[in-house]
Design a protein around this ligand. Structure first.
Ligand code: ADP
Length: 396
């Protein structure tokens, strides 16, 4: 079956057409600046990257343009839309309602809409993408795959905040966690690579990208994760602060004469390694600057790696042990120095880095020594493939 995977944001739409039998990507691309002017980048598997500056006034036009490229006689990869057997939609927030991927019936879409309050920046955009596909591909089954679903196995001791309980009951204020599709994919793949059953392993997945989170996966289930009510909690990220003393919010608001939404904007967009360094949110820039003697760039890297190592420590305690530590996403897959620094804190767990093996980017590899008590490995994530697999599993 050919599955169209859609990841819809407020002004962008990423897509991949995946053949579920061979698991090959037939074509992929990105619509940007939807509702502003519009740019569509389209890359068919045969090679080449085509950029179109056609206007994209709304998401329906964007999806229509994508479908036209996929079926184009010259650069298309399918003869007709009838070849698309199902659509898999990435949905950011499934609240407590969705512990698994789901067939997007009208009732399910209403439930997703009800979760919008918890993710006002993301879920409405996801729903617009669903509606656009419904309009243009009537009758094609659609599946919603949620960033939060994998973490619904967290026990109350991991998901409750120490706040008045009624906030949880009345407003759903609890930890949900995100990047679940990636944490699930990577932990399963790590077990496969090691030739073991995921049920027999305690795995810590470090998803280190521009957004970053860590997950404790015990026996294949998420038991704790570093992002919380929103993706702002936890690790230091590209531009997000991660965890901080909440009293700082009022203090900064007063000092800088900012409103609460303005302070939150600072925490989301002007903090993290970008905020500390004043250089960049991109680790390649930070490392370049640190090498040239920029102390704040080095401090940003130090804060980032130290916090990741601390979270690995928390989760080793949470699971009463750890067998495997996985690195994934842009930084985890590519940044040799960051991996080495994080693992330099973890000798106490019996984790020994093999510097030779660590000298790789973007490939599956065990990077600990053969006598290391804890296995460290790089496992590239593939959220689109994970969404396509989930979609096929549900559509059948
Ligand atoms: P997201 O999906 O959250 O936007 P990614 O997983 O794509 O993030 O990761 C993007 C980040 O990965 C970049 O900001 C950059 O810091 C980092 N990155 C990518 N390639 C490299 C590299 N070769 N070395 C170090 N860091 C890299």
């Amino acid at each position: 079956m050919k599955v169209l995977v859609i990841n819809c944001g407020s002004s962008s739409l990423k897509f991949q057409l995946i053949d579920s039998e061979s698991e090959q990507v037939l074509a992929k691309g990105l619509c940007e600046r939807i509702g502003i002017d519009g740019r569509l980048t389209y890359s068919p598997a045969g090679g080449g990257k085509h950029v179109f500056e056609d206007p994209l006034p709304n998401h329906t036009v964007a999806v229509d343009s994508v479908l036209k490229k996929l079926t184009d006689p010259e650069i298309g990869v399918i003869g007709s839309l009838a070849e698309i057997g199902a659509v898999g939609h990435r949905i950011v927030h499934g609240g407590e309602k969705f512990a698994h991927s789901t067939l997007l019936t009208e009732e399910a879409i209403k439930e997703v809409e009800a979760c919008s309050e918890l993710a006002p920046l993301h879920n409405p955009a996801n729903i617009i993408g669903i509606r656009a596909c419904q309009e243009l591909m009537p009758g094609v089954p659609m599946v919603g795959v949620f960033d939060t679903a994998f973490h619904q196995t967290m026990p109350p001791k991991a998901f409750l905040y120490s706040l008045p309980y009624e906030y949880y009951e009345k407003y759903g204020v609890r930890r949900y966690g995100f990047h679940g599709t990636s944490h699930s994919f990577v932990s399963k793949r790590a077990a496969e690579i090691l030739g073991k059953d995921v049920k027999d392993l305690k795995i810590i997945v470090c998803h280190l990208g521009n957004g970053a989170s860590i997950c404790a996966v015990d026996g294949g289930k998420s038991v704790d994760t570093s992002m919380g009510f929103t993706p702002l909690e936890g690790l230091t990220m590209g531009t997000r602060s991660g965890g901080l003393d909440p009293a700082i919010i009022e203090y900064i608001a007063e000092k800088e004469h900012l409103t609460l939404p303005e302070v939150l904007n600072v925490l989301n967009k002007k903090s993290g390694v970008q905020g500390i360094s004043g250089v960049s949110s991109d680790f390649r820039d930070l490392e370049g600057a640190a090498k040239e003697g920029n102390e704040r760039a080095q401090e940003a890297l130090d804060v980032f790696t130290y916090r990741v190592a601390k979270f690995v420590g928390y989760y080793a305690a949470a699971m009463n042990g750890v067998d495997v530590i996985c690195f994934t996403a842009g930084i985890g897959e590519n940044d040799i120095g960051v991996r080495a620094t994080i693992l330099s804190y973890l000798g106490f767990l019996g984790c020994k880095l093999d510097p030779e093996a660590n000298n790789i980017r973007g490939e599956e590899r065990i990077i600990s020594t053969p006598d290391s008590k804890v296995i460290a490995m790089v496992v590239p994530t593939n959220e689109e493939l994970a969404i396509a697999r989930e979609t096929v599993a549900i559509v059948g």
